[in-house]
Write a protein that binds this ligand. Structure first.
Ligand SMILES: Cc1cc2nc3c(=O)[nH]c(=O)nc-3n(C[C@H](O)[C@H](O)[C@H](O)COP(=O)(O)OP(=O)(O)OC[C@H]3O[C@@H](n4cnc5c(N)ncnc54)[C@H](O)[C@@H]3O)c2cc1C
Length: 546
């Protein structure tokens, strides 16, 4: 992907079939779907792809055991189906993850065991592995740090796990390969209307300040918790529909929770679900569900939320953690849709909602990362119906679209692909025992690998790791700058690599090196470099816990 090329497409296109506002899971999914149907598609994201909620999830591709307990069978079935598609179409980023539910009463063992078997049955052919009852000893073998007092055993079940912002970047690339124009750092400023219908938008390149007037036939609002703001640009008196709920995660060193299994606590003292999930060599702990009034691009964790996570992890884990053990805290806002008569955000459905405004604006919000493809398909179906009413009901096969990973054609390697030679995985071990395994689709693997090799051939130092505990190399950073639309230090450390989320202090310290690489490859001056370092280091403090 190349920004200059995308901007020239923006300038040269007289009219688009579809403009998508918002570059999170929903908007990027819609761009893949629409472009693959042949619609001339533009996506604008005012910050970076997945800057919003889509980089701040618990990293689970799941049906949602909790929604099963709430009796929402339809949502669970749909999400389990989508889980299956995602693991098939993006195997380099989504994998099967075994979970253990520790149980301390015989009743819980039976109750959750039967529940999880039902979950498994609902997955049908797409099940990731059979649910099992485990003894206390087997549970301790799998999760050595589990609290053993009164432990009656556990339930073992399987769900999916992924890297959310990396999936967003690869969806952007996939959409681009289908012909979409995808731009980060371009914000919606306002709508242009004729006869009360939207016919265009004004947007602004946030990096240069340049503004553009864009004409299009249809518009999707996929701005997550900001959906009301965009709807109100269309209709000033529009009543808000989003009820934002904040969820935080703490990331700690893997030594506090060893083994490969994740832990799920289905019901904490206040009725929530709690997860401890191994991720990129660390452990993600979460989450909370706190109704909030003010939405922000960088929401802040409340002290009470941090205490809640520490307390609940320590309740089930014998290796206790304190605030000083937290490597990073990250916070996301769920774009839940208002429901009447519901007192707690935890009870609001995670189903998605589509609203078609009289102006023709199609707003889609709610839902989950796991169901992004279905959400996108529903939103684009609405657009297609508005554009060509007769095509309603036309079958679309986006469930078969592979999520690609950036790279260019490498002829000799392509021949190997055709000959059927197999490249199973790209696995880079790092010191702390973690690894990034990428079971890439063979063609994408070879393309990316070859390009990384080219970058290393330019300078052998580019093979160096940024830090011995994490698998990211300087070559990965240069690749992100050249081919993945990374424009800032934050893009590199928060979403192309995940270092800000894994270890905020380390990310803070790496900012000068990242700024220097960006300045070198994008011909920026010292002043710009200094500003980038200052801005990022300021931000990184919000991801540290004191
Ligand atoms: C704590 C937490 C944990 C979660 N865990 C999971 C999980 O484990 N599994 C799962 O499946 N789901 C999970 N979810 C849900 C999932 O993350 C969200 O449903 C999903 O990321 C929402 O994506 P989105 O594209 O709708 O919104 P967003 O990701 O917020 O994207 C909206 C984008 O619109 C952009 N934007 C806003 N205004 C403008 C404008 N004027 N112009 C241009 N762009 C604009 C924003 O910058 C933003 O990037 C979790 C959510 C939270 C909060």
């Amino acid at each position: 992907m190349n920004r200059a090329k995308m901007l020239s497409q923006l300038e040269q296109t007289a009219q688009w079939d579809l403009v998508i506002i918002g570059g999170g899971a929903t908007g990027l999914g819609a761009a893949v779907d629409a472009a693959s149907r042949g619609l001339k598609t533009l996506l604008i994201e005012r910050a970076d792809f997945a800057k919003g909620t889509s980089s701040r999830s618990t990293k689970l591709v799941h049906g949602g055991v909790r929604y099963l307990a709430q009796g929402n069978i339809k949502l669970v079935k749909e999400a389990l189906r989508e889980r299956g598609y995602l693991l098939k179409n993006a195997p380099h980023l989504c994998t099967s993850q075994p979970f253990v539910i520790p149980v301390y009463t015989w009743f819980d063992k039976l109750f959750y065991g039967v529940g999880l078997m039902a979950y498994d049955l609902l997955a049908g052919k797409l099940s990731l592995g059979a649910t099992k009852f485990l003894s206390a000893q087997k549970t301790i073998d799998l999760v050595p740090s589990i609290k053993t007092k009164n432990l009656k055993g556990s339930i073992l079940y399987f769900d999916g796990q992924f890297d959310d912002s990396r999936l967003a970047i690869d969806l952007a690339y996939t959409a681009a390969t289908h012909g979409a124009t995808i731009l980060n750092y371009v914000s919606l400023q306002g709508f242009e209307k004729a006869n009360k219908k939207i016919i265009g938008i004004q947007c602004k390149d946030e990096l240069t300040g340049k503004t553009y007037d864009i004409q299009a036939k249809s518009f999707i609002n996929a701005t997550g918790v900001f959906a009301d703001h965009v709807m109100q640009l269309d209709e000033t008196d529009r009543a808000p529909i989003v009820r934002p709920s904040q969820g935080i995660h703490l990331v700690v060193n893997k030594s506090f929770f060893t083994g490969h299994h994740a832990m799920m606590v289905p019901k904490t003292a206040d009725g929530r679900v709690f997860f401890a999930v191994p991720w990129h060599g660390s452990v993600v702990l979460g989450t909370t569900d706190t109704a909030i009034e003010q939405i922000s691009a960088e929401p802040k964790a409340l002290d009470v939320e941090i205490d809640f996570i520490l307390e609940h992890f320590n309740l089930y884990n014998s290796l206790a953690i304190t605030r000083k053990d937290v490597q990073s805290v990250f916070v996301g806002l769920r774009p839940l849709v208002k429901a009447s008569g519901v007192s707690s955000t935890a009870l609001i459905s995670r189903d998605h909602t589509i609203i078609v405004s009289p102006s023709g604006l199609v707003t889609i919000t709610g839902g989950k990362w796991t169901t992004y493809r279905k959400m996108a398909e529903d939103a684009v179906n609405n657009v297609v119906f508005l554009l060509h009413p007769k095509s309603r009901g036309k079958k679309v096969k986006s469930e078969g679209i592979k999520v690609k990973r950036g790279g260019k054609e490498v002829k000799s390697e392509e021949l190997r692909v055709k000959r059927g030679e197999e490249v199973k995985s790209e696995k880079r071990k790092v010191k702390n025992g973690g690894s990034i395994t990428s079971n890439l689709m063979i063609g994408d693997f070879i393309k990316r690998r070859a390009m990384i090799e080219e970058i290393i051939a330019e300078d052998a130092n580019n093979a160096a790791l940024l830090h011995e505990d994490y698998p990211y190399t300087i070559a990965d950073i240069i690749f992100a700058i050249r081919h993945e639309l990374a424009e800032t230090v934050e893009d590199l450390l928060a979403r192309r690599t995940r270092l800000l989320f894994l270890n905020a202090r380390l990310a803070h310290d790496l900012a000068p090196q990242m700024a220097a690489l960006l300045a070198l490859h994008q011909q920026k001056d010292k002043n710009w470099e200094f500003q980038q370092i200052t801005m990022f280091q300021q931000l990184s403090k919000q991801y540290m816990v004191d």
